[in-house]
Structure formats: C-alpha cells, structure tokens
Design a protein around this ligand. Structure first.
Ligand SMILES: [Zn+2]
Length: 142
C-alpha cells in the first residue's frame, strides 16, 4: 500500500466532502462529483498517491479496476444513462482517479467528450445529494 503525498490536493481531500461518499474499499473511495450537470457524475479515487496504472502492483490494479467497474454498474442501475464514460486523465491532478460520467442522449454534448467547449455546472441541495448517495449505495448492496 502506498502513501499520501502532502502537497497533493486529492490526497488531502480523499474523504471530503463526506456527504458525497457512497463507497469505500481497500483500494478506492467512490463519491459524487459536486457538479451534477451530468446526472450521476462520480469519481473513484485511489486511496494512496500513485500516478500511473502501470505503476500499481497487479493485485492493486485489479482491485482498483474492479472497484471502478462495480461503481459504474451501480451508477448505470441508478441513473439509467444511454452510455457510461470512463476517463482516467490526471493532467491537472495526477493522483489516480476515475471520472465515471453517465451520458444521456438529451445532453447537449452527446456524442462528444465532456471536455470539449464550455459547459454549465449544476449544484444540488444537501438533501438531493444525500438521496443520490443512498440510491447508489442500495445498488452497490444489491
Ligand atoms: Zn495524491
């Protein structure tokens, strides 16, 4: 198991904000993106600081990938998107974290990556986030 890195924002905020977290395993933390413009947009973040998939041990990489797939399935069951996007970029913040972005035919950027052009942001109320967290957790349990 690796270590946290003092100057890494993702290491510092691994379990924040707490009310957005819906999943934790040996390797990963799963939480909603505060920006819910794409309904169900979530992150699955490695619990220690590593920057490349190929640097993980086989065991940790398998676990991280399985966690991501398991969360993606739960998000798909909860939000019923037309497509799931899986992105592991790390250009701005190199700490390994998946963007799981449910995509809908109704979204204005359908057919394109979410990073092209400008997009609006959408914040929810505390209660709305908590409802989504419970819905995803019930799919993870099932
Ligand atoms: Zn980090």
């Amino acid at each position: 198991m690796g270590e946290l890195k003092p100057d890494c924002w993702i290491c510092k905020t691994l379990r924040e904000p707490a009310h957005l977290i819906f999943f934790e395993s040996r390797t990963s933390v799963g939480k909603l993106n505060p920006d819910q413009y794409f309904r169900g947009y979530s992150f699955v973040t490695l619990k220690w600081h590593d920057e490349e998939l190929y640097q993980l041990t086989d065991k940790n990489r398998r676990s991280f990938l399985e966690d991501m797939s398991r969360v993606a399935r739960a998000l798909a069951k909860t939000f019923n998107p037309d497509k799931m996007n899986y992105e592991l970029l790390g250009n701005g913040m190199p700490h390994l974290h998946w963007h799981l972005v449910p995509r809908y035919k109704t979204d204005p950027m359908w057919g394109r990556p979410i990073w092209t052009g400008s997009r609006r942001r959408r914040r929810l109320t505390r209660e709305e986030y908590e409802t989504l967290v419970k819905q995803v957790q019930s799919q993870l349990a099932g």
